[in-house]
Structures are given as structure tokens and as C-alpha cells.
Write a protein that binds this ligand. Structure first.
Ligand SMILES: Cc1ncc(C[n+]2csc(CCOP(=O)(O)OP(=O)(O)O)c2C)c(N)n1
Ligand SMILES: [Mg+2]
Length: 380
């Protein structure tokens, strides 16, 4: 894949975008699936093109684990979304369905000692990081047996033992936390890596630019994963930024940028693997942009009935479904049979039933615990 001066390309695109009449601009920016991985690099921050190395490719065990992670995320999410809309789960849930390959491919490289920061769309990140269904559902139900004792809920769920530094209701809130954790890892001379997930919308936030700038400056063991699903709430990417590829911004931070097909778990696994290895070995941060898509609305399954994207667009992306396509690939590779794949789905569904029952039967936190773990400065 050809290297290109990202700065020039971005500037050209910005000029081209200005010249286009609004209708044409919208049509041009219609969310299209990417089919190939591309590396963006500058003279200052060169990066080698990630190439498939068949000999050292993922083992059968790794492939099966990534498949399991994706199935666990999807089933967890579908059930959570339904329960939210049935009024059993309070608050708003932002579902990750469609984007599973990103979390599964990245997390496959991380141990519990490595940390992540998540987003408002964060259940998939925690599931892939090793989160268990029971304390996750209990947290969503607001019960004391949840990961945060029922006080965090969907958008503030965290678990330090798993290195999950937190989902975040503040768009762009995660990267500065990840940068700080990476600074701590470097300062303490650990070999841990911190990965920060954020969306295309979040990529416009000042907090993201500041975190990326400092991470590159100090060559921190940090990886920035932009989950570009083409929308920030109901605003298409073309209406919230003048660039098409968020990875173009990497050169401005002084780090390599990589674009990867976020619907292909193997591609994500490879690209994330290189970036994480570089970070672990003192090579500093990378911006990995995963082109992906959320199947459901911004919030929940039924959503709010906003007309901001076409059914055809959704269907086009669903044809590239990360799980279905990977399952076909697993069978072609002789790694799993259809029967074994079905058994994975069945087991995940029965684990979910058990976890929902557990969450339902768990108590709410006691009123006396209301101010536990609440930190404040000053008199009180
Ligand atoms: C600082 C801040 N601004 C605005 C919002 C409202 N908000 C919630 S989600 C969202 C869109 C985020 O888009 P993106 O980062 O692409 O993530 P996605 O929802 O697509 O996964 C916005 C604007 C917020 N929660 N925090
Ligand atoms: Mg988005």
C-alpha cells in the first residue's frame, strides 16, 4: 500500500469538499464500506505496512476466542437493548451491535494488566476485555452485585481488575485518561499498554487532540482506536468534519495512522497487534481508524425514528456482517463446523439467561451506601 503525505491529502480533500455543492457533498460522503487497509504515514512518523504473515498468523485458539468474544457482545447487547425498551433497565443504552470486530480484534492482544478507556457505547469493550455477564447485567439493572455496585450503570461501568478504566458519558473523555494511564505505565517502567477507544464524533474534541499530542510527544505506550461508524448521533461524518479519514490527523500529532476495515476481525487483529506491539516496545502511540457501522440507532434498538440514514445503507453494511462472514471463514479454514458454531451461540444464550435472572434477583444498593465512593474536595 502506498504511503502518502497525509497533510496534503487532507488539505486537498478539504478544498474539494468546499467546492462541492451541498447535495453532491452529501452523496459523496455517503457511508461506504472500506475494503482495504491503508496506512497513512509522514516522514516524521513512518510506519511499515501491516502485511499478513501466514506463518505467524493467529492460532486456531485465537480465532475461536475472537469469535466467542463477538458472539458474546452481540447477544449481550441485543438482550440489553430489549430490556431497556421494556423498561427493565433504566437510562439510555448505546448499542455496539455491528461494531463487534473492533473490540474483539483489539482486545485479543491485551492482558488484564493492560488498560482500556471506553465510550458511551462501551458494553462491547468490557465484554471483550473479559467482563462477565452477571456483574455487567447487574450494573445495568442498578443492582449492588454490579461491577460498580449498581451506581455506574451503562455509561460509567468500570473494573480495575480487568484494566477497564471506564465507559464515559463525556464524548472524548477517555483519551486523556488513557494518556495519563500510559504515562503512569511508562513512568513506573511497566510493559503495559493503554488503549483508548473513541468515535468519529469524538475525534473532533479538543480533549482527544490534547491527549494524542502529549502521547506522541512523550512516546507513551498508548494506542488510539477510532471507531468510525460514520455518524455522531444523527449527524453524518461529512457534516461534522472536513476529512474522510480520521487517520489523516495522525501526522499532525506526530504518530503513524492506519486505516483498517472494522468489519473484518482478522484485519483489526493484525493492525491492532502491530500498534500494540510498537507501543509495548517503546515505539510510542498509533492512531488506528476502524471503518465500522452501528446497526441500531444511536440509542436502543427501536431508536427515535429519526430519518438520517437510509435502510439501503444499513442493509449494505449488514451484508458485510463481521460475525457471519467470520463464521464462513472459520468453516472454510476448517477451524469450526456449523454445529460447533451453533453450540457457541447456544451456550452464550444460556449464560445470558442465567445472568439476567441473577441480576433480576439481586438487591438494589442500600440507601446507607449512597455516598460511598463519592469523592469531593473541601468541607462537607
Ligand atoms: C462532551 C459531549 N458532547 C456531546 C455529547 C452528546 N453526545 C453523546 S453521544 C454523541 C455522539 C458521539 O459520536 P461518536 O463519537 O462518533 O460515537 P458513536 O456514538 O458514533 O459511537 C454526542 C454528541 C456528550 N455526551 N458529551
Ligand atoms: Mg460515530
Amino acid at each position: 500500500m502506498a504511503k502518502k503525505p497525509a497533510k496534503k491529502a487532507a488539505a486537498k480533500k478539504a478544498v474539494a469538499a468546499k467546492k462541492k455543492p451541498a447535495a453532491k457533498k452529501k452523496a459523496a460522503a455517503k457511508k461506504k464500506p472500506v475494503s482495504k487497509k491503508k496506512t497513512v504515514a509522514t516522514k516524521k512518523a513512518p510506519v511499515k505496512q501491516a502485511s499478513r504473515n501466514k506463518k505467524s498468523g493467529p492460532s486456531e485458539q485465537t480465532l475461536k476466542e475472537m469469535h466467542l468474544k463477538m458472539v458474546r457482545i452481540r447477544r449481550f447487547e441485543e438482550n440489553a437493548g430489549r430490556m431497556m425498551e421494556d423498561g427493565k433497565i433504566p437510562g439510555a443504552l448505546h448499542l455496539y451491535v455491528g461494531e463487534e470486530a473492533v473490540a474483539a480484534g483489539v482486545m485479543q492482544h491485551l492482558s488484564d494488566e493492560d488498560q482500556i478507556t471506553s465510550t458511551h457505547r462501551g458494553h462491547g469493550h468490557l465484554v471483550a476485555k473479559g467482563g462477565e455477564f452477571k456483574p455487567m447485567y447487574a450494573e445495568l439493572f442498578g443492582r449492588s452485585t454490579g461491577y460498580c455496585g449498581g451506581k455506574g450503570g451503562s455509561m460509567h461501568i468500570s473494573n480495575m481488575e480487568l484494566g477497564m478504566l471506564g465507559a464515559n458519558g463525556i464524548v472524548g473523555g477517555g483519551p486523556p485518561i488513557a494518556m495519563g494511564a500510559a504515562f503512569s505505565n511508562k513512568f513506573r517502567k511497566t510493559s503495559n499498554v493503554t488503549v483508548s477507544f473513541f468515535g468519529d464524533g469524538a475525534s473532533n474534541e479538543g480533549s482527544v487532540h490534547e491527549a494524542a499530542n502529549m502521547a506522541a510527544l512523550y512516546k507513551l505506550p498508548c494506542v488510539f482506536i477510532c471507531e468510525n461508524n460514520g455518524y455522531g448521533e444523527y449527524t453524518a461524518q461529512a457534516n461534522h468534519q472536513a476529512i474522510v479519514d480520521v487517520a489523516d490527523r495522525a501526522s499532525g500529532y506526530g504518530m503513524p495512522g492506519v486505516i483498517v476495515d472494522g468489519m473484518d476481525v482478522m484485519a483489526v487483529y493484525e493492525a491492532a497487534g502491530e500498534a500494540i506491539e510498537r507501543a509495548r516496545n517503546g515505539g510510542g502511540p498509533t492512531l488506528v481508524e476502524c471503518k465500522t457501522y452501528r446497526y441500531y440507532d444511536h440509542v436502543g434498538i427501536r431508536g427515535m425514528g429519526m430519518t438520517y440514514r437510509t435502510d439501503e445503507e444499513v442493509e449494505t453494511w449488514k451484508k458485510r456482517d463481521a460475525i457471519e462472514n467470520f463464521e464462513q471463514r472459520l468453516q472454510q479454514l476448517g477451524v469450526m463446523t456449523q454445529k460447533q458454531i451453533q453450540a457457541v451461540h447456544d451456550k452464550v444464550l444460556s449464560d445470558i439467561d442465567e445472568a439476567i435472572q441473577y441480576a433480576n434477583e439481586s438487591p438494589y444498593p442500600d440507601a446507607s451506601e449512597l455516598l460511598d465512593n463519592v469523592y469531593f474536595e473541601g468541607e462537607g
